[in-house]
Design a protein around this ligand. Structure first.
Ligand code: HEC
Length: 67
C-alpha cells in the first residue's frame, strides 16, 4: 500500500513538472549604463582602497591587496 502511494505521489510530481515547467528561456539583457557615472561612483565609494594592491604597486582595482 505504501509503495503504491509513493508511486502515485511520484507520478503526480512528474506530471506537475511537465505541466508547470520551472525552466524558462533566458532573455538577453541590454546594458545601457553610463560608464562615466560608474567610474565616478567607484571613486566616490572608495572601492579602490580595498581592491588595489597599493603596497605591491599593482594596477588600480586589480585586487591582490592585503585586507
Ligand atoms: C572595506 C574594503 C572594501 C571596499 C571599500 C570595497 N570592497 Fe569589494 N570586496 C572586499 C572584499 C574583502 C571582498 C571579498 C569578499 C569575499 O569574497 O567574501 C570584496 C569583493 C568584491 C566583489 C566580488 C564579489 C563576489 O561575489 O565575488 C566585487 C564585485 C566588489 N567587491 C566590488 C566592489 C565595489 C564596486 C566597491 C565600491 C562600491 C567595493 N567593492 C568596495 C572589500 C571591499
Amino acid at each position: 500500500m505504501g509503495v503504491v502511494a509513493l508511486m502515485l505521489v511520484g507520478a503526480g510530481g512528474i506530471t506537475g513538472l511537465r505541466l508547470y515547467s520551472v525552466a524558462k528561456p533566458v532573455e538577453a539583457i541590454a546594458l545601457t549604463g553610463d560608464v562615466g557615472a560608474g567610474a565616478y561612483l567607484a571613486r566616490a565609494s572608495g572601492c579602490i582602497a580595498c581592491h588595489t594592491d597599493v603596497e605591491g604597486g599593482g594596477p588600480p582595482l586589480a585586487g591582490g591587496g592585503r585586507i
